[in-house]
Design a protein around this ligand. Structure first.
Ligand code: PMP
Ligand code: GLN
Length: 382
């Protein structure tokens, strides 16, 4: 039920990070940055603790943060959310996803998801008693075929779960796919949930948020997080925006998952969300440059590598080198050159799927010297 392995094993991220430590390898596996948040944001968290912001915050999140989230969506996407009733702060995007699925998915309900998919989607759907319906997105574009998506959505569908920019492939969904998902949801009385945690990490074109599209406000739950936008994956401050009729049941679930979370981090994230546009743009540009360094190194030794449009991630395929099993490729990369990646099989409904089981995911969210060292090591892979 809980893991890609169908057992109670630790997640692939925990396993691979443990291997990284054990082998002294460079961790391009688990997606977390090795830089902290902007100094002003760090200082705001320190100050909040010193000022006594250490007890339970309000259940929906502190007003200042809810206002900052609404303002952020107004500024970047031209959207109007009421911070009183349409914004909910959660313990990371993880809890926003969990509370949303637990609120709306019951036994036998289906959750349509683009595959490969972030591993928690399958686990939470399982915990809710639902059934995951994967729609394949395969190389080179890693975009789903609209016909496949249309076929997957039926009257049993409760939620169509989108993720753009996408983990693990870095694909950014075209507007047409988001529109189609909303139309299908309308036809079958389902919801669309958009996981937009990589909203600021786009290299090609602006990110479009679910609620910008027709029906996205009425039938959509938009989820994001400070984790990737502000380099604070350990703070676990996420949020969702939705109309009150959708938000209330999610809040009811959240009360019994964590109740509330991260009091002193909330004002700091509020400050961070209002930083000048260029802070976000420069972070995306730095990431883009870093992923190119990894791409070049991998291509140099014969891997096929995709061209992600966003996210921390890129996908490499060693099939042309005779590496048909991504798990084995990851083992060799760790043992032979000291670099950790994640096998894409961890994000597949069928880990042995011949269309994707040779793929591995690399995260480029590391400082320049670490990326340079990793590229040097990868260049030595034979
Ligand atoms: N969704 C996706 C696509 C992710 O990659 C991650 C992991 N970082 C999350 C959700 C979880 O985000 P958070 O750390 O805010 O819980
Ligand atoms: N989102 C991160 C990744 O995909 C890891 C999160 C986790 O370890 N659960 O690498």
């Amino acid at each position: 039920l809980l893991g890609a392995d169908g057992d109670l094993a630790p997640s692939i991220f925990a396993k691979m990070s443990a291997l990284a430590v054990q082998h002294g390898a460079i961790n391009l596996g688990q997606g977390f940055p090795d830089e902290g948040p902007p100094l002003l944001v760090q200082e705001a968290a320190r100050q909040a603790i010193a000022d006594g912001v250490n007890q339970y915050p309000p259940g929906r999140g502190i007003p200042v943060l809810r206002q900052a989230i609404a303002q952020h969506q107004r500024h970047w996407y031209g959207l109007d959310w009421d911070p009183e009733t349409e914004v909910l702060v959660t313990a990371g995007a993880t809890e926003a996803l969990a509370a949303t699925l637990l609120a709306f998915v019951g036994a036998g309900d289906e959750v349509v998801v683009i595959e490969p998919y972030y591993d928690s989607y399958a686990a939470i759907t399982g915990l809710a008693g639902g059934r995951l319906v994967p729609v394949p997105a395969r190389a080179p574009s890693f975009l789903p075929d609209p016909d496949d998506l249309a076929r997957a959505v039926t009257d049993r569908t409760r939620i169509i779960l989108l993720n753009s920019p996408h983990n693990p492939t870095g694909a950014v969904l075209p507007d047409s796919t988001i529109r189609l998902a909303l139309e299908l949801a309308e036809q079958h009385d389902a919801l669309v949930v958009a996981d937009e945690v990589y909203e600021h990490l786009v290299f090609a074109g602006p990110h479009r948020s679910l609620a910008e599209f027709p029906g996205g406000r009425e039938r959509g739950v938009t989820i994001s997080s400070a984790a990737k936008s502000l380099n604070v994956t350990g703070w676990k401050i996420g949020w969702l925006t939705a109309r009150p009729g959708l938000l209330e049941p999610i809040l009811a679930v959240k009360q019994f998952l964590t109740f509330v979370n991260g009091a002193p981090f909330q004002p700091a994230v509020a400050l961070g969300l209002g930083l000048p546009d260029k802070v976000f743009a420069e972070a995306a540009a730095r990431l883009d440059a870093r992923r190119h360094v990894i791409t070049d190194a991998l291509r140099g030794v014969g891997f096929w590598v995709n061209q992600p449009a966003g996210s921390y991630f890129q996908i490499a395929d060693g099939a042309a080198l005779g590496l048909s099993d991504g798990v084995e490729t990851c083992r060799r990369l760790i043992e032979e050159v000291g670099v950790v990646a994640i096998p894409v099989s961890a994000f597949l409904a069928d880990p042995g799927d011949p269309g994707a089981s040779s793929l591995v995911r690399f995260a480029a969210c590391k400082t320049d010297p670490v990326i340079a060292e990793a590229a040097g090591r990868l260049a030595g892979f034979r």
